[in-house]
Design a protein around this ligand. Structure first.
Ligand code: GAR
Length: 210
């Protein structure tokens, strides 16, 4: 089974979706470790409950972005992963780090990229008067939230939507498309070449997913 290391900073509901899908056999991977840069990330509990090794590494213990990323890489490499999955990992990574995992690191971002890179995406989508919002899974490249997109799922923005209600709808989409993307990667049906993502023989699951 492909070895996967998951990086988190928070609640870890996407991690939970990956754990659940692998337990039920829909996702054929082995989550070797979960690493958080926040000590109190609830995702660490989720990992422990699933018997997955966990690590906490704080950027505050390092004097530069480079040294933190170096230590993070050292930790990840102990598990020789085929894939690194960013699941709500809220730290910007150095170019060198992203280059080490080029084509082997996925991220999920709560917007229809290239719209709304960065933070507070739900609030910004509402403020911009968008009629549609959603989530993107993409390969990680050096530029923040700019790597090749693999799949997006969309939802309508209704007039009564708040950042919270929109986040809820987007989360439900995330929990569907992230395990799906990881399973495609595990089956070598998504590949990466020269900064582009290639999808092989993939049938998209439902409308609203592109
Ligand atoms: C998710 O909505 C994910 O898309 C977002 O953080 C949340 C993590 O939730 N990621 C980013 O904003 C990355 N820049 P989770 O901890 O419950 O999986």
């Amino acid at each position: 089974k492909p070895a996967v290391v998951v990086l988190i900073s928070g609640s870890g509901s996407n991690l939970q979706a990956l754990i659940d899908q692998s337990l039920c056999g829909a996702l054929d991977i082995e989550i070797k470790a979960v690493i958080s840069n926040k000590a109190d990330a609830y995702g660490l509990e989720r990992a422990k409950n699933a018997g997955i090794p966990t690590h906490f590494i704080s950027h505050k213990d390092f004097d530069s972005r480079e040294s933190f990323d170096g230590a993070l890489k050292f930790l990840i490499e102990q598990y020789t992963p085929n894939l690194v999955v960013l699941a709500g990992f809220m730290r910007i990574l150095t170019e060198e780090f992203t280059r080490s995992y080029e084509g082997k690191m996925l991220n999920i971002h709560p917007s229809l990229l290239p719209k709304f890179k960065g933070l507070d995406t739900h609030k910004r989508a509402i403020e911009a008067g968008e009629s549609e919002h959603g989530v993107s899974v993409h390969f990680v490249s050096a530029e923040l939230d700019a790597g090749a997109v693999i799949i997006q799922a969309r939802t309508n923005v209704e007039t009564h939507d708040t950042p919270e209600s929109l986040a809820k709808k987007v989360h439900a989409l995330e929990h569907k498309i992230y395990p799906l993307s990881v399973s495609w990667f595990a089956q070598k049906r998504i590949t990466y070449n020269a900064g582009k993502a290639f999808l092989d023989n993939i049938e998209l699951p439902e409308t609203g997913v592109t």
